[in-house]
Design a protein around this ligand. Structure first.
Ligand code: CA
Length: 230
């Protein structure tokens, strides 16, 4: 399945970069627009699966972009998440009234953003954000919070579950300990890098309890990847 494409519309360069970096890492394909007019052009040309839209933009405001996307047959059903610096109830309601699917108030937590993106995609395009992920003989059920490998039910702690979920979204891709810390634990939490090794160790042990091969590859001085084919 092709990875979902996300159009990021944000004029603050640093925030746009941060959003792009984090969404790329979640396995999405991202494109960026720095103002409302560029956003309209890219939405039309690229048919993104989701638009992340800043409220305060040069040329066309976010609310106007939202209105126009909804009026265009091609983008009528494209989900939109609005980013706003204001937390006022009226702005939130106005955004949702204009046709946005969800909103986030700045400063934005990347963990929260990833969760909202996944939820919106799952709601509007079930095929894009599956409830079940499969890699080799491992199945992870996000709704029931269950993991199976071959005929075995695997019991994982919450951290191991999130770790496996993250690795399964991008099988064979190597993640550094720092990347795993940011994605699984969250960038705001201080955890030592070797904590990752401990949880990877637990995850391995749990996944190998039926005597199957080790699905986690350790790449010396680089990190870890989930790889059942090598
Ligand atoms: Ca802005």
């Amino acid at each position: 399945m092709a990875e979902p494409r996300i159009l990021i519309v944000e004029d603050e360069e640093a925030l746009a970069q941060l959003l792009q970096y984090n969404l790329d890492r979640e396995g999405y394909k991202t494109i960026r627009a720095a103002d409302g007019e560029e956003a309209m052009l890219l939405a039309d040309e690229e048919s993104p699966d989701l638009v992340i839209l800043d409220w305060m933009l040069p040329k066309l405001s976010g609310i106007e972009v939202c209105r126009r996307l909804r009026a265009n047959r091609k983008t009528r059903n494209t989900p939109i998440i609005i980013l706003t610096a204001r937390a006022e109830e009226t702005d939130r309601i106005r955004g949702l009234d204009t046709g946005a699917d969800d909103y986030l108030v700045k400063p934005i937590s990347m963990t929260e953003l990833a969760a909202r993106v996944r939820a919106v995609l799952r709601r509007v395009r079930p095929g894009l954000a599956e409830d079940m992920v499969v890699h080799g003989d491992i199945t992870l059920d996000r709704v029931a919070h269950r993991v199976r490998r071959a005929d075995y039910e695997i019991h994982l702690g919450p951290t191991e579950f999130r770790l496996l979920d993250h690795l399964m979204q991008n099988p064979r891709r190597v993640f550094s300990r720092e990347q795993l810390l940011d994605s699984v634990w969250g960038a705001d939490i201080y955890v030592e890098a070797r904590t990752v090794d401990v949880h990877v160790g637990r995850l391995r042990k749990a996944l190998m309890q039926g005597g199957q091969p080790d699905p986690v590859r350790t790449v010396r001085s680089a990190g870890y990847s989930l790889d059942l084919e090598s």
